[in-house]
Design a protein around this ligand. Structure first.
Ligand SMILES: Cc1cc2nc3c(=O)[nH]c(=O)nc-3n(C[C@H](O)[C@H](O)[C@H](O)COP(=O)(O)OP(=O)(O)OC[C@H]3O[C@@H](n4cnc5c(N)ncnc54)[C@H](O)[C@@H]3O)c2cc1C
Length: 451
């Protein structure tokens, strides 16, 4: 991968043009949490962690959320409309454009491959191609088109590659902290193979535990939820997942069902009241596994040999049937034959990337009707474990706490690390907290796991 931060040399129009990117845009994502301004309120049995790190995808200006979701009343095919190429010059990829597995690493990779197919059908070797975004989708499409002898340049707004795959490697942690994607389930063989190829270690996260303030509870059976979805899918109109449950005789407020729905929200980024029951999100198929190493090589490998310009947010794309002009944040405009846009749905919804002329109605309708979900995570490292369970995934049942899904990395890694994950409205609330409040919320949520 040839990454340039300040200078970018490429062919544009006639002859080569050298462009100076005047300023670097700092990555807006969090650095290790600074010392809180006040001490967190102690929680009985829960010591203060020795290290902590949290995500902030909800406010991140290069994603404005975590993953796309299909709201009630919206068809999955809307994603194909979002992906519809415009005048054979502007193409779209990214997890939100994948009909079958949106909101996942797999979906992002698949979308990049699909966009590469579309471009390859039209373009010739030697064409100048711009890819906007260096996440999994952008890296996949860039690799394919570079291999087809096109002149590919990837523009990435952040000062790093990977996008929503973000492994933070920091001396105060014994393993990389995953602020974005890192979990996968059975059936993710392709992903597993890629990780193996790059010697990215994985750990199995089993068993699961369902825990109440009074002790362990029976595992929550997802079958009633699946039955409610099946019944709703046979109905003449889509309803929210929560309504589907009610119609099937279940109570979404029941503590066990609510715990399952909280887990679902950590994948969908949305609550059952927002989600379509015709096109519901999938929980990762058990057994769940997680990456224990830096995931960056997944993206880095694909970008090997491709020109990548970091800290280069694109503000405007002007296009016609002859080509595309790509405007950088610095005001410079560069000419390309085609462009593949892989920025997250949230960025398109916020209109931080201007299209001239405006995108056709079909693309704009898709942007407006799909949902951008919220997921946040907090990693906590302790000197000693205060919990006494070997379960790897904890679900909190019947406690009114901020974080109800936890991953215990101690059984698989020997490290005293707990990872809290929240989705939907809970993630939005968590994102609003300052660092001390977030830590308090986490420690309060963990109190029922202290013996
Ligand atoms: C907290 C969290 C947890 C997740 N957990 C999992 C999980 O466990 N398993 C799983 O499979 N998936 C998970 N996902 C989803 C997964 O991360 C995404 O589906 C996938 O990484 C998206 O890849 P992408 O290439 O479509 O988008 P991105 O990775 O977001 O790439 C798009 C790129 O575009 C860049 N960009 C934005 N605006 C501009 C601009 N104006 N100019 C230039 N560049 C721009 C962004 O900086 C970004 O790098 C999770 C996501 C989050 C946020």
């Amino acid at each position: 991968m040839r990454i340039t931060r300040r200078t970018l040399l490429m062919g544009a129009g006639v002859g080569a043009v050298s462009v100076l990117l005047a300023s670097c845009t700092p990555d807006p994502e969090p650095t290790p949490t600074p010392t809180p301004t006040r001490e967190p309120q102690p929680q009985p049995g829960v010591p203060e962690p020795s290290a902590r790190l949290r995500s902030s995808w909800t406010t991140d200006p290069f994603s404005y959320g975590a993953v796309s979701f299909t709201p009630v009343g919206v068809l999955a095919e809307t994603r194909s409309q979002l992906a519809r190429p415009v005048v054979d010059r502007v193409f779209f990829a990214g997890e939100a454009t994948d009909v079958d597995e949106p909101g996942t690493m797999r979906g992002a990779i698949r979308s990049g491959a699909r966009a590469a197919d579309e471009v390859e059908d039209l373009a010739e070797a030697g064409e100048r191609i711009a890819v906007i975004g260096a996440g999994l989708a952008g890296a996949t499409v860039a690799a394919r088109l570079a291999a087809a002898d096109m002149q590919v340049t990837v523009f990435e707004a952040r000062d790093r590659i990977g996008g929503r795959v973000h492994s933070v490697v920091d001396d105060s942690w014994p393993m990389p902290v995953q602020l974005g994607a890192w979990l996968f389930g059975e059936g993710d063989d392709d992903l597993r193979e890629r990780m193996e190829a790059w010697e990215i270690g994985t750990v199995d996260l089993a068993p699961e535990q369902w825990h109440t303030p009074d002790g362990d509870a029976d595992p929550v059976d997802p079958q009633p939820l699946q039955a409610a979805i099946a019944a709703a899918q046979a109905a003449p109109a889509d309803v929210a997942l929560s309504d589907a449950l009610v119609e099937a005789g279940a109570d979404p407020e029941d503590p066990s069902t609510a715990a399952l729905l909280a887990y679902l929200a950590t994948r969908a980024g949305a609550d059952a009241a927002e989600l379509s029951s015709w096109f519901p999100p999938l929980l990762p198929a058990a057994p769940v596994a997680g990456a224990r190493d830096d995931l960056t090589p997944l993206v880095e490998d694909a970008l090997d040999g491709v020109e990548v310009s970091l800290s280069s947010p694109i503000s405007r794309l002007a296009y016609d049937d002859a080509g595309v002009s790509v405007r950088l944040g610095t005001g410079e405009a560069l000419s390309f034959d085609r462009v593949i846009v892989t920025v997250p749905l949230g960025v398109l919804q916020e209109q931080d990337l201007e299209f001239d002329p405006p995108l056709p109605f079909v693309n704009r309708t898709a942007i407006g009707t799909l949902g951008m979900g919220r997921i946040e995570t907090i990693w906590l490292q302790f000197d000693e474990p205060f919990w006494d369970t070997e379960a790897a995934i904890w679900h909190t049942v019947g406690a009114d706490v901020g974080i109800r899904t936890w991953i215990n990395l101690r059984p698989a890694t020997g490290e005293n690390i707990l990872v809290g994950i929240v989705g939907g409205a809970a993630a939005e609330e968590f994102a609003d907290l300052d660092d001390t409040e977030a830590l308090e919320s986490a420690m309060e949520s963990l109190a029922i796991y202290a013996p």
